[in-house]
Design a protein around this ligand. Structure first.
Ligand code: ACO
Length: 714
């Protein structure tokens, strides 16, 4: 993977020279801290403090303006108050500075959107790219550059952190150092006026020393590009994401925090899965995953083995395996053969392999060696509850030695040690030597689960999106007519026309203007039929007696026709009746909801879930960003509980899942290709063993027919 310094973001991460605009000699100032970190952490390029009030700061010559700096400046860190930022940016732009890291707060995050735009356009005039504003800076191990006001002495390593939250980013720098985790880069993106996660990931994934990327996201902008980047990048390196704003209240707080539009969390969750990105529940969990991804191998087979000296903790780890989708090895003959000879007679070779409270360091060593040689075992979780039997000075080298042997063979081995002071000492020693050790079984297992998820994602082939043929001309004709009528929604018959042009299976139907026509239609469609008044003036057709169901004979069709007209005349005398629709009476089936809409963050998305009237209550829905292929379509259906119903419950026949995927593709294609449509909702889509029917379809129109979904969230 080549890295060209002079193109892309090369000089942001490896600047040959850095100016600190607003450098200060007062230690309590951010402008001091940034400069002091740059010097203390061993940056090898040229450093230029800029501040008109000083001639020298921290032993370096200080310049009155960036214009006065003699050589080129690749990166300028701006730490002057907000009102001084435009002037400083203008000076940097005219000097030809490549990158500006604007630490200063007080822009779009507090509603000063125009000021932020102005700063960006000033930077662009000189061709400079902007990080921030509202950031804590950038750390890059490649350049030994710590241009942040975070902690110094960062340990270099394989994890790159890109964070929207400054404070959390600073804290993560401290925490990773404490846990002995090495970082390749830490980039604070703040308000993302210009550079965002997508562009940074694009760069980091090509950077050799970055092995894992950790993203902390509050809100997504330009989501379509992010999806495209993450889908590709996650195949090259593991990407872990933490997103705040899971709760409604959290989402509102995030929106006001960085001025970002925090989208629906459910959509985010599903789309990260689609991208092969692993979303962690907590910061702690994310850091644990990164650590394990960095130091442990990748499982080669699906089965996991637990080795323990305590039954209870073994059961906890077993529960955790179920929760994190980790399959336990249950090849009893192989387990017996490997472990029975090396444990007391009252131990258990079943998985969890229980070496008993009597286990010594040597028991563990032999068990590790046996598990290492078991080809069917992809990963090992080793648990330990403190006992007086085991001598920690003997145990620590056994654990470290085993970890190294596993690492050489590419088999993950993670530890969970639980106990008092002597255990804590072992934990600290092992951590300082890059051994993945935790004190909580759920955490250890969660790491193994993440490894498996990643490996499974890699094994899935890259797929071509499915783009079915649809009659866009016919759809646009219908949309155009509704728009000419001043409407932002389609009537049922128009929605039906759109669905027919898209090839979505609808109940058979035709409109009758006389009783004879109604009878003829009913015969053509096949009894039983349903009938419904056609009138734009009547919104709730059943309320006025405008609907009749289950009509099983010609006589019932005749009577229903007359009754519908009579009821409407009596109860909605002013309504213009445009006919009576005769429809196939669709039998009951599994009811799904299938939809497509323009998400404010991610652009066109499709949705599928359990349909009917309880959609809102059950919220059993799954989303994907368009376009998608067959594997993603099936995976989104499998995400929902509705999938179990489609498979058939209690001897029911399996439903037409292929047919559901087809509807998802078609509805998605309409949204993707027809910018005039903003929302499509099929609810219910009744699904049968063979085929399905879109019983009710609602379609909303975009504000303007020319506006593409991708622009809507810029
Ligand atoms: N060019 C060069 N130097 C200048 C200019 C200029 N145009 N204007 C002012 N300066 C100098 C000042 O003289 C001062 O130096 P001095 O200490 O020698 O007098 C220095 O720049 C800083 O100016 P101050 O007015 O002292 O401003 P202060 O340091 O108090 O604040 C800051 C500036 C830090 C940028 C502040 O405005 C700010 O935005 N703080 C928030 C930063 C932040 O939190 N960012 C998000 C990080 S994420 C997180 O939450 C951790």
């Amino acid at each position: 993977m080549g890295e060209n310094l002079s193109s892309g973001l090369g000089h942001l991460f490896e600047p040959r020279s850095v100016a600190v605009v607003g450098a200060s000699e007062r230690p309590e100032k951010i402008g001091y801290k940034v400069l002091a970190n740059i010097i203390a952490d061993g940056y090898r390029g040229r450093v230029y403090p800029v501040n008109p009030r000083h001639r020298e700061i921290l032993g370096l010559r200080c310049y009155g303006s960036v214009d006065d700096v003699p050589g080129e400046v690749d990166l300028a860190v701006i730490v002057v108050p907000a009102e001084q930022v435009p002037g400083a940016v203008r000076a940097c732009a005219s000097k030809g500075v490549g990158f500006l890291a604007i630490i200063t707060s007080g822009f779009s995050e507090v509603g000063r959107i125009d000021e932020e735009r102005r700063v960006l356009s000033l930077a662009r005039e000189g061709g400079a790219r902007v990080l921030g504003p509202n950031i804590f800076g950038i750390y890059s191990a490649r350049a030994s550059l710590n241009a942040t006001f975070g902690p110094g002495g960062v340990r270099s390593g394989g994890v790159a952190i890109v964070t929207q939250s400054g404070a959390l980013g600073v804290a993560m720098m401290g925490k990773t150092a404490l846990e002995g985790m090495g970082l390749s880069a830490v980039v604070s993106v703040g308000n993302k006026a210009d550079l965002d996660e997508a562009e940074l990931v694009e760069h980091l994934v090509r950077q050799e020393d970055t092995r894992i990327i950790l993203l902390y996201i509050e809100g997504v902008r330009r989501g379509e590009r992010l999806v495209e980047t993450l889908e590709r990048a996650s195949r090259a390196k593991p990407i872990v994401v933490i997103k705040s704003g899971r709760s409604r209240r959290g989402a509102a707080a995030a929106a006001s925090h960085t001025g970002s539009l925090a989208g629906s969390d459910e959509v985010f969750e599903c789309i990260m899965k689609q991208c092969g990105v692993m979303r962690a529940e907590t910061v702690d969990e994310a850091l644990a995953w990164c650590k394990v991804f960095d130091v442990a191998g990748r499982p080669q087979s699906e089965d996991t083995l637990i080795i323990t000296n305590g039954g209870g903790i073994g059961v906890l780890a077993t529960d955790a395996c179920e929760r994190y989708g980790v399959r336990l090895s249950d090849d009893l003959p192989a387990l017996r053969e490997a472990f029975s000879p090396l444990m007391p007679s009252f131990g258990s070779p079943r998985n969890p392999v229980d070496l008993t409270g009597q286990a010594s360091a040597d028991h563990y060593r032999r068990a590790f060696d046996a598990a290492l040689d078991m080809a069917g075992v992809g990963a090992v979780v080793s648990l330990y509850c403190e006992t007086a039997v085991l001598v920690s000075s003997e145990f620590t080298p056994v654990l470290e030695g085993a970890f190294r042997r596993y690492r050489e063979r590419g088999k993950p081995l993670v530890f969970c040690l639980f106990g008092g002071r002597s255990t804590e000492e072992i934990v600290q020693v092992l951590r300082s030597r890059d051994v993945p050790v935790f004190t909580e079984p759920y955490k250890a297992v969660s790491c193994v689960g993440a490894l498996y998820r990643y490996v499974r994602g890699l094994a899935a082939p890259v797929e071509e999106p499915v783009r079915p043929d649809i009659r866009v001309d016919r759809i646009e004709e219908t949309v155009g007519a509704a728009r000419a009528d001043g409407r932002r929604f389609l009537y049922a018959l128009e929605a039906r026309r759109v669905m027919e042009a898209a090839g979505v299976p609808m109940p058979k139907s035709s409109t009758a203007w006389s009783v004879e026509e109604a009878v003829a239609s009913a015969k053509r469609i096949g009894l039983p039929v349903a009938m419904k008044v056609v009138s734009r003036d009547i919104l709730h057709k059943s309320d006025v007696g405008g609907v009749a169901l289950d009509l099983e004979s010609e006589r019932e069709v005749v009577e229903a026709y007359e009754a519908i007209l009579h009821n409407c005349r009596a109860r909605a005398p002013r309504a213009v009746v445009e006919g009576v629709e005769v429809m196939e009476m669709v039998p009951p089936g599994v009811e799904l909801i299938v939809g497509a809409r323009r998400d404010p963050s991610f652009g066109p998305v499709v949705m599928v879930g359990l349909g009917g009237i309880y959609v809102e209550v059950l919220r059993d829905v799954s989303f994907r960003a368009l376009p998608i292929g067959r594997r993603q379509a099936l995976s989104m259906i499998k995400d929902t509980k509705a999938y179990t119903l489609l498979l058939g419950v209690r001897g029911e026949e399996r439903r037409d899942i292929e047919g559901v995927m087809n509807v998802v593709f078609r509805v998605g294609e309409v949204l993707r290709r027809c910018p005039g449509i903003s929302d499509i909702e099929v609810n219910p889509l009744r699904v049968y063993p063979r085929g399905s029917r879109a019983v009710d379809v609602r379609i909303l129109l975009s504000e303007s027919s020319t506006k593409e979904g991708s622009d809507a969230h810029e």
